[in-house]
Design a protein around this ligand. Structure first.
Ligand SMILES: [Mn+2]
Length: 314
């Protein structure tokens, strides 16, 4: 943490990056770092390969996140919520962007790709940042509090999942005191669904398949189906979690066909470690939530994935 702080203090300019297909912790923590550095008088840019999902547009300065790099050079590059530099984007050369690469993350399988690596296996990067900013004696503005609260709330599934510790709740309380409005943020994230997201949820559930025991459940979404319902990738947020809610389901899987391959998302309940399963398939993530991008037809990928899953649970 001390190394991160001195690198930030020395830098005049910074680029902050997060992973493709960003979630609330990715966007929230990226903007929080941007706001904090701006407060300190530094020049900053934010980069994410994919656009900010509409549901996070309420976050301050979310409109400043760019989906292309302008070829600029920075003193430091800060990657947040990326277990691997490949998660930022296949071809990006982080070391070519900045003199020092800082990697702030909470994924257990982080590859430590930074010059400085701040990795803690806690609820979210947003929770790590709260501690970092405290140590820096940074004033917690309302805008920063909103971003960090949104990040913690989303990565803990609204304070329900593993890693929701007493300390997580205390930090959330501090953020609420600093001006993060609990109901407004929850409403924006959980109760402002697009019509297309509800339609694709319906189609996905209608097409649900299960293993014989009912412990493994999956659904397959061909691109054509997504297109016919006007559903975008961000409309699938939370869908695989819905599959996991089914009684008896231990592993939930979502297959979706996208331009760059078949995206596979895993969730597990009590018994399986889906981080290991994803890793065996070239992906990564957490024990209870992970993913991989695979090449091949939907049918081929499905077979390969299920074979891997069935080694652990049938
Ligand atoms: Mn995260």
């Amino acid at each position: 943490m001390q190394e991160v702080i001195s690198a930030i203090r020395k830098a005049k300019s910074a680029i902050i990056l997060t992973h493709m297909d960003p979630d609330g912790d990715a966007i929230g923590s990226m903007i929080a770092v941007h706001l904090a550095l701006k407060e300190m008088g530094k020049r900053t840019s934010m980069y994410c390969k994919d656009p900010v999902p509409e549901m996070y547009n309420f976050l301050p300065e979310s409109g400043k996140v760019k989906d292309s790099l302008n070829g600029g050079k920075y003193d430091i590059a800060i990657a947040v919520d990326c277990g691997d530099s490949k998660r930022v984007e296949g071809g990006i050369d982080l070391k070519g962007l900045a003199g020092t690469v800082i990697n702030i993350d909470h994924h257990p399988d982080n590859t430590k790709f930074g010059d400085i690596n701040l990795i803690e296996k806690i609820s979210s990067v947003s929770e790590i940042l709260f501690k970092l900013f405290k140590k820096m004696r940074l004033k917690m503005s309302q805008d920063i509090a909103v971003c960090l609260y949104a990040g913690i709330m989303t990565d803990t599934g609204n304070f329900r999942y593993d890693y929701t510790t007493p300390e997580t709740l205390l930090i959330a309380a501090s953020l609420a005191k600093a001006g993060a409005e609990i109901s407004r943020i929850a409403m924006a994230v959980y109760e402002t669904k697009t019509l297309s997201s509800v339609r694709i949820l319906g189609a996905a559930m209608y097409r649900l398949e299960t293993s014989q025991s009912g412990h493994v459940a999956w659904t397959v979404l061909p691109k054509q189906l997504m297109d016919s319902l006007g559903a975008k990738s961000e409309d699938l947020t939370g869908l695989v979690d819905q599959i996991r809610t089914i009684k008896g389901v231990e592993v939930a899987i979502l297959f979706r066909e996208e331009d760059d391959g078949i995206k596979v998302n895993f969730r597990s309940k009590f018994k399986a470690n889906v981080s290991d399963i994803a890793k065996a398939l070239g992906g990564g993530g957490h024990i209870r939530a992970s993913g991989a991008i695979m090449q091949g037809t939907l049918e081929e990928v499905k077979e390969k994935v299920l074979a891997e899953v069935f080694k652990v649970i049938k």
